[in-house]
Design a binder for this molecule. Sequence first.
Ligand SMILES: C[S@@+](CC[C@H](N)C(=O)[O-])C[C@H]1O[C@@H](n2cnc3c(N)ncnc32)[C@H](O)[C@@H]1O
Ligand SMILES: [Mg+2]
Length: 221
Amino acid sequence: MNNQIFESVDQYISNLVGHEDDALIATTHSLAEAGMPAISISPNQGKFLQLLALLCKAKNILELGTLAGYSTIWMARALPKDGQLITLEYDPKHAAVAQKNIDRAGLASQVQIRTGKAIDILPQLVEEGAGPFDMIFIDADKPPYTEYFQWALRLSRPGTLIVADNVIRDGKVLDENNTEPAVQGARRFNAMLGANTAVSATILQMVGIKEYDGMAFAIVK
Ligand SMILES: C[S@@+](CC[C@H](N)C(=O)[O-])C[C@H]1O[C@@H](n2cnc3c(N)ncnc32)[C@H](O)[C@@H]1O
Ligand SMILES: [Mg+2]
């Protein structure tokens, strides 16, 4: 099958039900303007996460990996007026670009960007008594996904939805000899998820305008 069909159908779907407003379009443009990588989720994936946040009736969302705030904006728009989203970003330049995008989207009072390594901030959140979060989206660097998931569990309650992006990696996760750190991180994460009795989980492979990849979904028991 020609991969072009996946892109065309993805576009067809977003034209119908994944409409991006000016704030989301400007957020995507800000990536190129700031010389940042175009590695945000797609519009349809953003809409999907927004629907999941609505389904969870999420009032508290945690995100790992902000980039320019594209996924942040999709999810934060599912929050009630008194809801909050905390997003963790290592790169101060990314955090600054994201802050502008979040301000432009009118979400400044509901979104807090915490700058630093997720692996350092997660214990701080536990220490502060943050959470439990209703939904957690893991989309930062891939090698420590397993450790991020363990911290996510500590910041959860029964029923929390944990989503992890990019866990299929163009199908490379099938290759146990692949040496790419991101692939090894995803393989280690997926194996842990399969054996984790604290959650009920699944993984969906995804095609579309982005590379062939997938997301993992886990509900805390
Ligand atoms: C794939 S991008 C996030 C995309 C974003 N969630 C979206 O879909 O719009 C990953 C982000 O994680 C950040 N990152 C990398 N290592 C990190 C770390 N150790 N802690 C926190 N963020 C990190 C990167 O700087 C990058 O901005
Ligand atoms: Mg991603």
